[in-house]
Design a protein around this ligand. Structure first.
Ligand code: DSN
Length: 422
């Protein structure tokens, strides 16, 4: 039972860290991983991430660096950029942001000034911290206005978005978030942004793989700026990219470097290129559609068991469950599910009466289990385990959780993961 690629030198030189890496590989093998922002990357992506490229400094852009020795890094970054443009059909791509939050900050630096108004989705409604939430620098240094979802439907209220945009004339409008189970209407957001002369930033971190695989409409041609992490449904390394139309390219490049960052992480750039190569290969389109099919099947199975899904279901990889009717909070449920071998996170639900650190909901996503090969026919079993666990959690029945964890491990034994040989 070992991590793949194998880590013999690490094991010899630093057994303490190696032991924890091995334990993490086993943990990722033994759990049904339903955290909506996670996945299993390929072994090729793992190899690129662990390569000697981590040794190199490359401040600047290809052909315009501040350090010598870029004979290999330049073509790697060129490939990553070309593949991003091809996969998404974008005019321009910057693959250097360290992760999603810095990518979003680049949009602020490029197109707004401190104190300017920005319009984003409220965090408790499904937005992201960097869309202007109060505790984020974006909420402290800018003047944020927030939209939410309709109480009756759990869906984005585009009338509210339009009204707020007309009233506040934001410099930036963010479309996208971290807990949105439904299709995002990019053309409608674009129309609103055009009307008030705002730059539309589509944050597709969660759905990038679905967009790449044709399982969610693309924001290209609607949003001038598209930010994304590379490690969620897109199934690449921890990192991010920004795509733009031709007009907004230069400002974004200047904002990323030298505006916000120094040297790009070249090992990550290479791994992004590898992941984008995989996203362009035959098979990725089916993967993207399979993620959605699994999410729909899981939603149906949970609804049949009386779970209350925000918006009543899902169009993408993500489900948000309000556990109020199950008499258990999101946090104790998530902790019990983890002990039962089902890993997810507690989450606020729209209009949540409870506190963010102890909210009413749990968030689930199907990107990782789909990579692993689980199919719609497995989803009723997962829903059954979730129900049994939630019931056991309400009764504080630890024995029931151990039984479920053993059943989970038995099923998963037939579904290998790329980073581990059992
Ligand atoms: N942490 C990411 C997520 O889980 O959605 C957002 O930053």
């Amino acid at each position: 039972m070992t991590h793949q690629p194998a880590i013999p030198t690490l094991s010899a030189n630093d057994p303490e860290i190696a032991g924890l890496v091995e334990a993490e590989a086993a943990r990722q093998h033994d759990k049904i991983r339903l955290i909506a922002s996670e996945n299993y990357v390929s072994r090729a992506v793992l190899e690129a991430t662990g390569s000697v490229l981590t040794n190199k400094y490359s401040e600047g852009y290809s052909g315009r660096r501040y350090y010598e020795g870029q004979q290999n890094v330049d073509p790697i970054e060129d490939l990553a950029v070309a593949r991003a443009k091809a996969v998404f059909g974008a005019d321009h791509a910057n693959v250097q942001p360290y992760s999603g939050s810095p990518a979003n900050l680049a949009a602020y630096l490029a197109f707004a000034r401190p104190g300017d108004t920005v319009l984003g989705m409220a965090l408790p409604a499904g937005g992201h911290l960097t869309h202007g939430w109060s505790v984020s620098a974006t909420g402290k240094w800018f003047d944020p206005v927030r939209y939410g979802v309709r109480k009756e439907t759990g869906r984005i209220d585009l009338d509210e978005v339009r009204d707020l945009a007309r009233e506040h004339r934001p410099k930036l409008i963010f479309a996208g978030g971290t807990a949105i189970p439904r299709t995002i209407d990019f053309p409608a957001f674009a129309e609103i942004a055009r009307e008030v002369d705002a730059v539309l930033v589509a944050d597709i971190a969660h759905i990038a793989g679905l967009v790449a695989g044709g399982a969610h409409p693309s924001p290209v041609g609607h949003a001038q700026v598209i930010t994304t992490t590379t490690h969620k449904t897109l199934r690449g390394p921890r990192g991010a990219m920004i795509m733009t139309d031709a007009e907004h390219a230069k400002a974004i490049d200047k904002a990323v470097f030298p505006g916000l960052q120094g040297g790009p992480h070249n090992h990550t750039t290479a791994a992004i290129a590898v992941a984008l190569g995989e996203a362009a290969a035959p098979g990725f389109q089916s993967y993207a559609h399979d993620i959605v099919a699994n999410a729909r099947a899981l939603a149906e199975a949970l609804l049949e068991r009386g779970f209350d899904l925000v918006s009543g279901g899902t169009d993408n990889h993500l489900l948000l469950v309000d556990l109020t009717n199950k008499q258990v909070g999101g946090k104790p449920a998530a902790q019990a599910l983890d002990r039962a071998g089902i890993e997810l996170n507690y989450n606020t639900v729209p209009f949540d009466p409870r506190k963010p650190f102890d909210p009413s909901g749990i968030r689930l996503g199907t990107a990782a289990i789909t990579t692993r090969g689980l199919r719609p026919e497995h989803q009723p079993r997962i829903a059954e385990w979730i129900e049994r666990t939630v019931t056991a959690a309400a009764r504080e029945d630890e024995g029931a959780l151990e039984t479920i964890a053993a059943e989970v491990r038995e099923l998963l034994g037939a579904f290998p993961i790329p980073g581990y040989v059992a």
